[in-house]
Design a protein around this ligand. Structure first.
Ligand code: IMP
Ligand code: MG
Length: 181
């Protein structure tokens, strides 16, 4: 695996994005909604950098996806979500790739009549976007490579890596061999 962002770089980028979020929501109570599962590490770190009153909840979005870029049907489950009516919501996700996931989740949140919905992502993959929607806050822009770690997975593995790494073809071969064993 090739390290793209070290633990220190991730820490600094998340702290900087937290400052931008604090400035944008100054004096208002925030409701942070993390998109499961990829955002769990980011949410845990981000909220501890934001020194203002907030509520924290989750929503689940899942679509079938491997290392390839094929997009499956998106399933959004809001059953576990906090009440967001009349709240200022910050939706948090791991990565903005084609943009379809975040755009659809933002649309879904609007059904619950929040006062406002903004979004923050750890990563934006350059040159991949297929929608006009853009996240309001982005910690890092990365090249078009499949990445894992800091919450991001390949077949539900590698989320626990404390750094961000690009998966190379020999990593995928090794992964497949380990899963069969
Ligand atoms: P989008 O709908 O194409 O923007 O895809 C967003 C979702 O795809 C993210 O929430 C991730 O779950 C997944 N995804 C996209 N690129 C990567 C990647 O490089 N590594 C891991 N997951 C990814
Ligand atoms: Mg995800």
């Amino acid at each position: 695996m090739k390290t793209l962002l070290t633990r220190e770089q991730l820490h600094d980028g998340v702290a900087k994005m937290a400052q931008q979020i604090e400035a944008a929501f100054e004096g208002r109570q925030l409701t942070i909604i993390g998109v499961l599962t990829g955002s769990v590490v980011l949410v845990a770190d981000l909220i501890r950098h934001i020194d203002q009153p907030m509520r924290v909840g989750v929503i689940q979005a899942s679509s079938y996806r491997g290392a390839t870029t094929t997009r499956g049907d998106l399933i959004i489950n809001s059953e576990l979500m906090l009440d967001i009516k009349d709240r200022d919501v910050l939706l948090v996700d791991d990565i903005f790739d084609t943009g379809h996931t975040l755009e659809k989740v933002v649309e879904k949140l609007k059904d619950f009549k929040p006062a406002s919905v903004r979004s923050a992502v750890l990563l934006r993959k350059l040159g991949r976007q297929e929608t006009d929607y853009r996240p309001d806050f982005t910690a890092f822009e990365i090249p078009d490579e499949f990445v894992v770690g800091y919450g991001l997975d390949y077949e539900d593995m590698y989320r626990n890596l404390p750094y961000l790494a690009a998966l190379e073809s020999e990593d995928i071969d090794r992964h497949n061999a380990a899963q069969q064993g």
